[in-house]
Design a protein around this ligand. Structure first.
Ligand SMILES: Cc1cc2nc3c(=O)[nH]c(=O)nc-3n(C[C@H](O)[C@H](O)[C@H](O)COP(=O)(O)OP(=O)(O)OC[C@H]3O[C@@H](n4cnc5c(N)ncnc54)[C@H](O)[C@@H]3O)c2cc1C
Length: 341
């Protein structure tokens, strides 16, 4: 009989669990119901406040709390997850693939003599655990089973609905952790200003900018400043996340005109990211396969391109506007502004 543990952690406020943690809770509840197995949820946070959102989960709640767990740190987080897994006697451990847990989970699995698989998108099976993930940049989907226990599964964010139970004072069991002498002190957090952050994983829409924005336009000129204003204006009005083609983000290194707010972190595709958004709008991008493979998890796809023979028109988008993106986005921004005022 399996014993399932879901590992969760608090967000930066310390008072709530992260969305990805709550998604892992949903996955754990579904799996334990299917296998008729026990479910435990482990919480890592500065105090037990965040556990209140799990009061109605029906699971046993274990918590590791204290000032040492207010901030991510390899040594303290690894020790916390190790203690939680031991206390739960877990055979299957589900955890969100957050930056906090992704960096420690493999080490913890190793310390416990277990095994880990990452980028899990679905968990199936009624007799045994079947974990699904994609390989070769989302081209091949595989279903994995393993005999090794404890088996750690890191769940990709956005693959499950977040657990949303009625918050109430939760019954938790504190788990003691033997901490090694600390070698790392967290002095604080430095993050880009809210408006400067263009990668928004929770946005409904992905807006992709391609190299066309910086190329000579029909008047024989480049319009880089206007391109930047149109793109940032749209992001501001729509709250969309900003993606880019490889050609556009590579241009900086080639000494060509660049959009200063784009980095390789924005790149979508085979050698970039594969984000999950309900909708996507591609602009000034040709829609070549190495780029479009990063759109695997975009629900509904639209593109604006001057080229009627671009990759998008060849079956890669649901709707393609053969139009000048400068003109289209200027009108869209004007309409969004008018709607707001
Ligand atoms: C191994 C390998 C890995 C790769 N990995 C990636 C990856 O991860 N991500 C990625 O993106 N690419 C990747 N590529 C590169 C990819 O093949 C393409 O070269 C790249 O995606 C092209 O970028 P683009 O469409 O923005 O630029 P271009 O091919 O230059 O296309 C620009 C488009 O903009 C249109 N345009 C110009 N002006 C306007 C306007 N005013 N209005 C509307 N449309 C306009 C043009 O008609 C054109 O279709 C990879 C390639 C290789 C070989």
């Amino acid at each position: 009989m399996e014993s399932i543990l879901v590992l969760t952690h608090a967000d930066e406020t310390g008072e709530a669990l992260t969305k990805a943690s709550l998604e892992a809770v949903t996955a754990g509840k579904e799996l334990s119901a299917r296998l008729n197995a026990s479910l435990t949820i482990g919480i890592v946070a500065v105090d037990a406040t965040a556990a209140n959102s799990l009061a109605s989960s029906g699971a046993r709640l274990l918590a590791v709390t204290g000032e040492a767990f207010a901030q991510p740190r390899y040594a303290s987080d690894a020790a916390a997850l190790q203690s939680l897994t031991r206390a739960a006697n877990a055979t299957i451990v589900l955890a969100p693939a957050s930056s906090r847990f992704a960096r420690v989970a493999a080490g913890v699995a190793h310390r416990l003599g277990g095994f880990i698989d990452t980028h899990i998108t679905a968990i199936g099976g009624t007799e045994t655990v079947e974990a699904t993930r994609w390989f070769y940049r989302q081209r091949v989907e595989a279903v994995l089973t393993r005999d090794a226990r404890p088996w750690f599964l890191l769940l990709d964010p956005g693959t499950h609905a977040a657990f949303a139970g009625q918050p109430a004072p939760a019954q938790i069991e504190q788990v003691a952790v033997q901490l090694p002498a600390p070698r790392t002190t967290v002095n604080g957090l430095r993050a880009p200003a809210q408006g400067a952050q263009t990668i928004r994983p929770d946005a409904k829409l992905l807006f992709v900018a391609g190299a066309g924005w910086t190329k000579k336009q029909p008047d024989g000129q480049i319009h880089i400043t206007e391109a930047g204003e149109l793109i940032l204006g749209f992001l501001q009005h729509s709250g969309a996340s900003l993606g880019s083609s490889k050609s556009l983000v590579d241009q900086g290194g080639e000494g060509e005109p660049v959009l200063p707010f784009l980095t390789h972190m924005n790149q979508i595709g085979q050698t970039g990211a594969t984000p999950r958004h309900a909708k996507g709008l591609s602009t000034c991008c040709h829609g070549e396969e190495p780029h479009v493979v990063g759109w695997r998890f975009i629900g509904s796809r639209r593109a604006i391109s001057l080229d009627p023979n671009c990759g998008w028109t060849r079956g890669k988008a649901d709707v393609v506007y053969i139009a000048d993106a400068f003109q289209v986005m200027a009108k869209v921004n004007a309409q969004l502004e008018a709607t707001k005022s």
